[in-house]
Ligand binder design. Structure first.
Ligand SMILES: Cc1cc2nc3c(=O)[nH]c(=O)nc-3n(C[C@H](O)[C@H](O)[C@H](O)COP(=O)(O)O)c2cc1C
Ligand code: SF4
Ligand code: SF4
Length: 438
C-alpha cells in the first residue's frame, strides 16, 4: 500500500485530501463527519468580523448547471458547473471558540487537523482572528485573499480585493505572520493576471504556503427567460476550472518553489493526482462534497491509494511536481526539442470508412489516397493532432532523424528558426511600452 501521509509546513497529514473552507466546514457536526470519513484535514469556513459577509451566507444562492448550462436535477457528474454566492461563516467567532478546541482534539485523535481560515475587517481584526485560531490550538491558518464576493459587497474590503493587490497582500500577510507562530497559508484569487506577483509578495512577507486558488467570478444566463442566473454575478467553479488553477500551481512551483495547496476543480482522485503532479502535494476538496455528500470522500482517498499502487508511486513526494519539472518554461524551449512527424499504421487504420485525421490535419500532411490515407511528410509539422483524434490509435509520432531532416520529403524549417540562439536562455516575462513602440 502506498504511503499517503505527507509533511506540509511542518505538519504531518495522514493523507493529502483536505476539506476546503466551504459550507461543509460551517458546522461542528459536519466537520466531525469529515473526520470520520477519513479527511486529512478540514479548513473551517472563513471566520470573520465582517457582519455583511456573515449575513451573505444566510442569503446564499446556488445553481448547479450541466454542460448545456441547464440546472442539474439529481445526480451530479464530472461536467458540473457550480454557480453560487455565499459569504463567510455565519457563526460569530466567539461562538466558534469552544468548538474549535473540541473539534481540533477530535480531529487530531484520528490523525486529522482542523485548520483555521480568516477574513478580517481591519488589519487588527486579521491579527485578532488569527491569534484566536492559534490560541485554540489549531496548527495552521489560511488567509482568505481569494473570495470573489467581497468585491460586490458595498463597504467591504476583503477577499479577492486584497488578493489582487500585491502590496496590500504583502502588508496583511506580514502583520499576521509577526503576530502568530503557526504557519500562515495565503489563499490566492485567480480573478486577475498577477497571481505570481501576489504569491511572491506574500512569500517575502513570511507566508509558509499558498493555496492556488479560490474561485472565479462569473456571469450566467438562463436563455429561456433572458434573465441572469441568481440575479447577477456570482462565484463559479467546477472541474473545467482545474486547468486554470494548475496553470498557477505550475508557475508558483517552478518560479517560487514554495509549498502549495491545490484548490479549484477537483471531482475525483484523478484530479487530485493532477494537482499533486503539478506541484501541490496537499489538495482541497470543496464543491463536490457539497453536491455529493461526505459519503463520497472515501472513494476519492481510496482512488488515490489505488492509483499510486497501480502506477508505482510509493508516496506523495514521488509524485509531487513531476509534471511541472518536465514542462517547458517558455515556448522557446519548444524549438530545442527534437522535431517529430506522424506515421500511420495501415493495419490499424479504418480508412476509407474513417477520415477523421484528414479532416483535422490543418497542414495538408494527410490526404485521401487510393483506399488508404497518404502521409505527406513534407507538410507534417509534428503537431500531434492526428494522434489525439484517431479513434483507433492508428497514428503515431516519431522523431525525425538527422538523415530524414536532410531530405526534401520531410518538413523543412529554416535553421535560424530551429536553432535560434535567443531561445537558448529563458526570458523576462512582461511587456514595456518602449518594446511596443519599437
Ligand atoms: C458555496 C461556496 C462557499 C465557499 N466559501 C468559502 C469560504 O468561506 N472561504 C474560503 O476560503 N473559500 C470558500 N469557498 C471556496 C472553496 O473553499 C474552494 O476554494 C472552491 O470552491 C474551489 O474548490 P472546489 O472546486 O473543490 O469547489 C467557497 C466555495 C463555494 C462553492
Ligand atoms: S502531426 Fe499534425 S501536421 Fe503531422 S500529420 Fe498529424 S495532424 Fe498533420
Ligand atoms: S483517424 Fe485513424 S483510423 Fe481514421 S483514417 Fe486517420 S489514421 Fe485511419
Amino acid at each position: 500500500m502506498a504511503d499517503l501521509s505527507l509533511d506540509f509546513c511542518g505538519i504531518k497529514f495522514k493523507n493529502p485530501v483536505v476539506i476546503a473552507s466551504i459550507e461543509t466546514t460551517n458546522s461542528p457536526e459536519v466537520i466531525r463527519e469529515c473526520v470520520d470519513a477519513g479527511a486529512g484535514g478540514m479548513i473551517i469556513k472563513t471566520l470573520t468580523d465582517i457582519e455583511d459577509m456573515a449575513r451573505l451566507t444566510q442569503n446564499s444562492k446556488y445553481a448547479i448547471l450541466n454542460e448545456k448550462n441547464e440546472p442539474i436535477k439529481g445526480k451530479v457528474n464530472k461536467n458540473f458547473v457550480f454557480y453560487s454566492r455565499s459569504g463567510y461563516s455565519s457563526t460569530p467567532l466567539r461562538e466558534w471558540i469552544p468548538h474549535l478546541k473540541d473539534l481540533n482534539k477530535y480531529a487530531q485523535d484520528q490523525g486529522s487537523h482542523l485548520i483555521g481560515s480568516a477574513g478580517g475587517k481591519t488589519m487588527q481584526s486579521w491579527i485578532d482572528i488569527c491569534r484566536t485560531i492559534e490560541d485554540c490550538g489549531l496548527p495552521m491558518v489560511e488567509l482568505n485573499f481569494g473570495c470573489p464576493h467581497p468585491a460586490m459587497m458595498p463597504g467591504v474590503h476583503g477577499g479577492s480585493m486584497i488578493g489582487q493587490e500585491p502590496e496590500i497582500a504583502r502588508e496583511v500577510t506580514a502583520r499576521v505572520c509577526e503576530a502568530v507562530k503557526i504557519p500562515v497559508v495565503i489563499k490566492l484569487t485567480p480573478d486577475q493576471s498577477r497571481v505570481l506577483d501576489v504569491a511572491r509578495a506574500v512569500k517575502e512577507a513570511g507566508a509558509s504556503a499558498v493555496t492556488a486558488t479560490n474561485r472565479y467570478t462569473g456571469f450566467s444566463v438562463d436563455i429561456e427567460t433572458g434573465l441572469p442566473r441568481l440575479g447577477g454575478p456570482a462565484g463559479i467553479g467546477g472541474v473545467w476550472a482545474k486547468a486554470l488553477s494548475l496553470r498557477w500551481v505550475n508557475r508558483i512551483y517552478t518560479e517560487l518553489g514554495m509549498p502549495i495547496t491545490g484548490s479549484n476543480g477537483i471531482y475525483d482522485h484523478r484530479d487530485i493526482v493532477e494537482f499533486i503532479m503539478t506541484g501541490a502535494p496537499l489538495v482541497q476538496v470543496g464543491s463536490v462534497l457539497m453536491l455529493k455528500g461526505i459519503k463520497y470522500l472515501p472513494s476519492m482517498i481510496n482512488g488515490l491509494d489505488t492509483f499510486m499502487d497501480t502506477h508505482g508511486y510509493p508516496d506523495i513526494a514521488s509524485m509531487t511536481g513531476i509534471a511541472s519539472r518536465q514542462a517547458v518554461k517558455d515556448y522557446g524551449e519548444q524549438f530545442r526539442k527534437p522535431r517529430m512527424h506522424s506515421e500511420i499504421a495501415s493495419e490499424a487504420c479504418k480508412n476509407p470508412s474513417c477520415t477523421i485525421c484528414i479532416q483535422t490535419c490543418f497542414y495538408d500532411a494527410l490526404a485521401q489516397g487510393d483506399g488508404s490515407v497518404e502521409s505527406i511528410h513534407a507538410n507534417c509539422i509534428g503537431c500531434e493532432m492526428c494522434t489525439q483524434t484517431c479513434p483507433f490509435d492508428a497514428t503515431t509520432m516519431h522523431t525525425t532523424t538527422e538523415e530524414q531532416r536532410a531530405l526534401k520529403e520531410f518538413f523543412q524549417i529554416k535553421p535560424d528558426v530551429f536553432e535560434n540562439k535567443k531561445f537558448e536562455k529563458g526570458f523576462e516575462r512582461g511587456i514595456k511600452l518602449s518594446k511596443v513602440k519599437g
